[in-house]
Design a protein around this ligand. Structure first.
Ligand code: ADP
Length: 476
């Protein structure tokens, strides 16, 4: 663990292992922290807050910029660690390292733009001035599916704003987090400003984050269930919370869209990270007049996908994170088939060519999916594409919005008016119009409804780490 500028073992001396999900092999050990370690990290971050927030924005910016340069220099090394620990193909891991580094660069710039405001006051002897100050010490919890970029997406804006951070990464990917903190160490970010607490059991650490009075804010990316739990507990002290939770993205293909082009986009975004992404389409709605050519192209593309170790050339499908993820996917597919869905391809765990040593599931396409099926409501987080046909814009909008999630959505159409109506009426924080990758460090990412609270990226992303303070001055 990295606490107060030094690498330390857990207070208990315990460790836990990290495994490669594509072959089950052990790849290393990490310190197994508990409340004691979390407390030490919080105290270090608290001590560092005064000096760090007292630096100029230009000084904080220089540290972030240095971390960006270091990530770029070590791009391939970082990507290799990620492929080994998380399983995604090396090319995708390289892409994630770049995406993660972009947050450091973008917030190095944005640090200098934390502007205040003057407001005309109602009395002639009065002046209003608004300033924005860092919220304080921040506790961050990150997931395993994007094990490096989810760290910078929180740490970069927090540090830019003047906050200090204690971070707990997912138990499946502690080594990726260790690599990221080596970057922060090399960038000579002052002791205590960023702290890493790794642990096999997240609960005691989460509990300490939530109950410790020195923690001003919790930022969390993970499942909606855990997000709700944290938000409930955070309410006790009215701690600020930012939550980036689950999704159930609709992908809508209208009659006037090119079914081949739309199918290409749908395959790319559906199988991104083997479906283990919160922006992954979970219901693909296709107009009944073009569903035939859409499915044909979709199936062609899926049949060419190859599963395996992310280090092998040509592999596009990595493993799922663990056996529970495999079981969940299997349960949803079995349920859909029992309730009348048609299996176009896939539909089983992959076991040949030593894939049984990892958690591989065949890229799967289902059609004739209906609202009664689990997959229509539950987030899948796996390589299954459920296809549903529709007739009218009105009906598809209502079906698309019929979910308690509200993160990403996608629309394919060449009709500008239809695109605008969908953009305005979809109850989702992100709408990709003929675009499957509406994400970047400069753009606000986040969900409506039970997909979360707050935004990451863009100017909204730094606002999450700032308090607004009003000064009312009376002059004589
Ligand atoms: P997923 O289902 O995608 O693994 P989780 O919400 O379980 O999502 O995990 C996301 C992050 O939340 C991980 O870092 C995990 O360790 C952490 N986490 C899980 N349960 C808790 C909890 N009770 N308190 C705090 N953090 C938790």
């Amino acid at each position: 663990m990295y606490i107060n500028g030094g690498w330390v073992n857990a207070v208990s001396g315990e460790t836990f292992s990290a495994y490669n999900p594509s072959n089950g092999e052990k790849i290393g050990d990490a310190a197994d922290g508990n409340q004691d370690d979390a407390r030490q990290a919080i105290e270090a971050a608290h001590r560092a807050f005064g000096p760090w927030s007292g630096l100029t924005a230009y000084q904080r910016s220089d540290y972030l910029d240095m971390a960006y340069q270091l990530m770029m220099e070590q791009k391939e090394h970082l990507a290799r660690v990620m492929t080994e620990e998380q399983g995604k193909p090396l090319k995708a891991a390289m892409g994630e390292v770049q995406y993660g580094a972009d947050f450091l660069r973008w917030y190095a710039e944005e640090a200098k733009r934390v502007y205040g405001e003057t407001i005309p006051a109602p009395r002639s002897d009065q002046r209003f001035i608004v300033i924005r100050q860092p919220v304080g010490m921040v506790a961050a919890i990150t997931p395993w599916n994007y094990p490096m970029s989810m760290i910078t997406r929180k740490v970069a804006p927090a540090l830019a704003a003047g906050c200090t951070v204690v971070l707990k990464p997912a138990e499946a990917t502690p080594l990726c987090a260790v690599e990221m903190f080596k970057i922060f160490e090399k960038a000579q970010i002052p002791a205590g400003v960023v702290n890493l607490v790794t642990a096999l059991n997240p609960t005691p650490i989460g509990e300490t984050f939530i109950t410790h009075p020195l923690v001003s804010k919790i930022t969390f990316t993970g499942s909606t269930d855990v997000g709700k739990l944290l938000a409930q507990k955070a309410a006790k002290q009215i701690k600020r919370v930012s939550l980036e939770l689950g999704g159930h993205a609709p992908f809508i293909v209208f009659e006037d869209a090119d079914p081949v082009y739309a199918a290409k986009g749908a395959v790319l975004v559906k199988f991104l990270n083997t479906g283990q992404a919160c922006i992954s389409p979970n219901r693909i709605f296709v107009h009944h007049r073009i569903v035939g050519p859409f499915i044909e192209e979709f199936k062609n593309r899926v049949s060419k996908m190859r599963a395996g170790s992310g280090f092998e050339k040509g592999v596009t499908i990595g493993p799922l994170v663990n056996s529970a993820a495999l079981e969940k996917v299997n349960r949803q597919v079995t349920d859909a088939l029992e309730k009348g869905a048609t299996l176009i391809c896939g539909g089983k765990r992959l076991v040949d060519n030593h894939l049984d040593k990892g958690f591989f599931y065949a890229p799967t396409v289902l059609s004739d999916v209906t609202p009664e099926m689990l997959i229509y409501r539950e987030e899948t987080f796996g390589p299954v594409a459920p296809i549903i046909t529709f007739d009218t814009e009105e009906s598809v909008l209502s079906m698309a919005n019929d979910t308690h999630y509200g993160l990403a959505s996608y629309v394919y159409t060449r009709n500008l008016s239809c695109a605008m109506r969908m953009f305005e009426n979809l109850r989702f924080g992100i709408v990709g119009i003929n675009d499957i990758n509406p994400t970047a460090a400069a753009a606000p990412f986040g969900g409506m409804k039970e997909s979360g609270l707050g935004r990451e990226g863009g100017k909204e992303g730094i606002a999450e780490y700032l308090e607004t303070k009003l000064g009312g001055f009376s002059i004589q």
